[in-house]
Design a protein around this ligand. Structure first.
Ligand SMILES: *[C@@H]1O[C@H](CO)[C@@H](O)[C@H](O)[C@H]1NC(C)=O
Ligand SMILES: *[C@@H]1O[C@H](CO)[C@@H](O)[C@H](O)[C@H]1NC(C)=O
Ligand SMILES: *[C@@H]1O[C@H](CO)[C@@H](O)[C@H](O)[C@H]1NC(C)=O
Ligand SMILES: *[C@@H]1O[C@H](CO)[C@@H](O)[C@H](O)[C@H]1NC(C)=O
Ligand SMILES: *[C@@H]1O[C@H](CO)[C@@H](O)[C@H](O)[C@H]1NC(C)=O
Ligand SMILES: *[C@@H]1O[C@H](CO)[C@@H](O)[C@H](O)[C@H]1NC(C)=O
Length: 575
């Protein structure tokens, strides 16, 4: 079995090639642009519901966008902006009601202005990060910090507070580089049903609009403050995790682009030692992360089959072997970084920032009939997972890391399943003036883990990740990533934002009838109950915290946490 799994992992890496089938359009309509559904790119929302909308509009200019918002406001239609790629896991892009309108930013993807003397760039909201990076680099400029996956749009990154990793400069969040934006919102008949506002630094409304969950209207233009493009030198260094709690406090101050990949069950951490170097340092490094390449659908099916079998037979050892093999293969291949765009010959990797900051080659492919696809493409049998992503303030992060380590000491194999998804990614985030941005400097933890296609089937060591999720959110006061997570992470979340009321005041002013709000956004903003969905098996999907065994099912019982006793988690009754 061990050799088989390593073989599969190696195959999957060899068969991870560029230029495979790009993802499907997330919006599907049965009659031209009418009678539509929208999904996230993974094909499943946290509650597995289907989102219907009466119509989708595809504005190609700001004027069209204004007219669409005005017309829909006149008709009191519910609206939501949606992107071409639809990477938010929760239902942020879903309009409520029978007559809902999706406003797609797919064709609002132009560069409007590039100004090398002020180091700014103005773009439309549908521009993908990939294009932003390349257009900026063409002008000798760079966005210093951004997500590592480039298939997200500028509007989507702002809407959900997306970020890279840094404690330096203005911090790692894309929204903290916004100097100006334009937003189109509903208005009364006297104003022609639409209002266009231009917000600049100094205007407090910008602190609402730069992380808005889409509830203030549709952003039509974003001006970002960039930097002259620069070179970086990066080295991945593997160490044991004995002193990770202490390292977490200092490592990010020592290295501008620091992050960690933590493999708690292996008691290992990979440190990203990553800093700016003079531009005359030689190197043509390139990032093409293996996990973001097109991968053979046969290999993806074999990997999923193995994982499903391990779950079915509760094969914890098998998961640890798969996880270890995956970690070994990825670290050996430097995750897909190369020194020259072709080969990895050793560290450091030196290159221009625009070639190192993000990747996602499975997006740019040509149709090959799904012989290859992004590893999570719902049209093939491939990865299917939950993502629990939250940030914890630096003052508390050591305690959290040590609690997770104590859990691993009690149940050593419990977190091996994370390693199949490259461990826990830990990225630095910084406090922001955005009302719904980070409240203090901290570390963002990104956990990706197995999800069953059958919502009634518990996971192996279900209880341990549930305990980590509840411990983070309720013991350590973590903030959820707005564009990821399961419902549990949003319970009471809005109370953790000191300026939530200021945000709601702006929302009431910009969209008093809540046309851009939905049940989901009302819930996460604390305006409506119902984040917890209580039904049989609800805890398995993170829709509720169990209080009875029936919220678990499958022989799992609702039990207290092992370290965080206040947690209520689904545990196999015999374990
Ligand atoms: C908005 O409504 C006006 C008047 O009914 C119509 O002429 C115009 O085409 C509509 N615009 C859009 C973008 O639907
Ligand atoms: C904008 O998006 C459209 C549709 O996806 C695409 O065909 C076009 O090439 C994009 N334009 C730019 C400037 O990226
Ligand atoms: C670039 O920005 C500078 C400083 O803000 C301004 O004076 C100049 O007009 C801008 N140029 C263009 C082409 O927008
Ligand atoms: C972890 O590594 C440090 C050196 O970096 C060493 O002193 C320590 O003994 C190691 N801990 C374990 C448990 O191996
Ligand atoms: C890079 O430039 C600096 C000054 O501009 C010079 O001192 C240094 O020797 C150069 N380094 C290389 C590797 O060429
Ligand atoms: C972040 O926190 C520091 C220290 O409390 C403070 O000086 C700074 O103004 C804050 N930054 C923002 C953008 O709120």
């Amino acid at each position: 079995m061990k050799t088989l799994i390593s073989y599969l992992v190696i195959l999957s890496i060899l068969f991870a090639i560029a230029n495979g089938s790009p993802p499907a359009d997330p919006i599907k309509c049965s009659n031209r642009n009418l009678d539509c559904t929208i999904q996230n790119t993974y094909g499943t929302f946290p509650d597995r519901s289907i989102c219907h909308a009466a119509e989708v509009a595809y504005p190609t200019t700001e004027e069209e966008l204004i007219s669409i918002v005005a017309n829909a406001t006149m008709l009191k239609r519910k609206m939501k902006a949606a992107t071409k790629t639809s990477h938010s896991i929760p239902k942020l892009m879903c309009p409520d009601g029978e007559n809902g309108l999706i406003i797609s930013t797919k064709f609002l993807n132009q560069t409007l202005n590039v100004n090398q003397s002020s180091l700014t760039m103005t773009v439309q909201p549908g521009m993908e990060l990939r294009d932003l990076i390349s257009k900026a680099a063409d002008a000798g400029m760079a966005l210093p910090y951004a997500p590592y996956w480039w298939g997200v749009t500028v509007g989507g990154m702002l809407g959900t507070g997306a970020h890279g990793s840094s404690l330096w400069g203005s911090g790692s969040a894309v929204h903290d580089y916004v100097v100006r934006l334009r937003i189109i919102s509903p208005a009364g008949a006297d104003e022609g049903y639409v209002k266009v506002r231009t917000l600049e630094i100094g205007d407090p409304d910008l602190d609402a609009a730069k992380v808005s969950l889409g509830v203030l209207g549709v952003i039509s233009q974003i001006t970002l403050k960039l930097q002259p493009n620069f070179k970086r030198s990066l080295t991945f260094l593997e160490k044991n995790d004995s002193d990770l709690g202490d390292q977490a406090l200092t490592f990010g101050k020592a290295h501008e682009f620091a992050d960690f990949n933590w493999f708690p069950s292996q008691k290992k951490v990979v440190y990203r030692i990553d800093d700016r170097v003079p531009t005359n340092t030689s190197g043509k490094g390139l990032d093409d992360f293996i996990g973001f390449r097109s991968t053979s659908s046969l290999v993806l099916a074999a990997l999923r089959t193995t994982e499903v079998a391990q779950e079915l037979t509760r094969d914890a050892n098998g998961k640890c072997i798969s996880g270890g093999a995956n970690t070994l293969a990825l670290t050996t291949l430097a995750y897909g970084y190369t020194n020259d765009g072709i080969l990895f010959k050793g560290y450091p990797i030196v290159g221009y920032h625009n070639r190192l900051q993000a990747s996602g080659s499975c997006l740019n492919g040509i149709q090959d009939g799904l012989l290859t696809a992004c590893p999570w493409d719902p049209r093939v049998k491939g990865l299917f997972f939950f993502q629990t992503t939250f940030s914890i303030g630096l003052s508390k992060v050591k305690g959290f890391i040590e609690d997770v380590q104590s859990l691993v000491n009690l149940v050593p194999k419990a977190l091996c399943g994370l390693d199949i998804y490259n461990g826990i990614l830990m990225r630095y985030v910084t406090n922001s003036s955005a009302y719904l941005g980070k409240q203090e400097d901290g570390l963002d933890f990104d956990l990706t883990y197995y999800r069953s296609k059958d919502p009634t089937k518990p996971r192996l060591y279900e209880d341990v990740i549930e305990e980590i999720e509840q411990m983070a959110m309720f013991k350590y006061g973590a903030l959820p990533h707005w564009g990821k997570n399961r419902n549990v992470a949003f319970i009471g979340a809005i109370e953790k934002y000191a300026k939530a009321d200021e945000f709601l005041n702006v929302k009431n002013e910009y969209d008093p009838d809540g046309l851009f709000s939905s049940e989901w956004t009302d819930q996460i903003l604390g305006l409506k109950d119902g984040i917890s969905i209580i039904r049989d098996g609800c805890a398995l999907e993170g829709l509720c915290i169990c209080s009875q065994d029936i919220h678990c099912g499958g022989g799992y019982v609702c039990s207290p946490g092992r370290i965080y006793k206040e947690a209520n988690v689904c545990r196999l009754s015999s374990s």
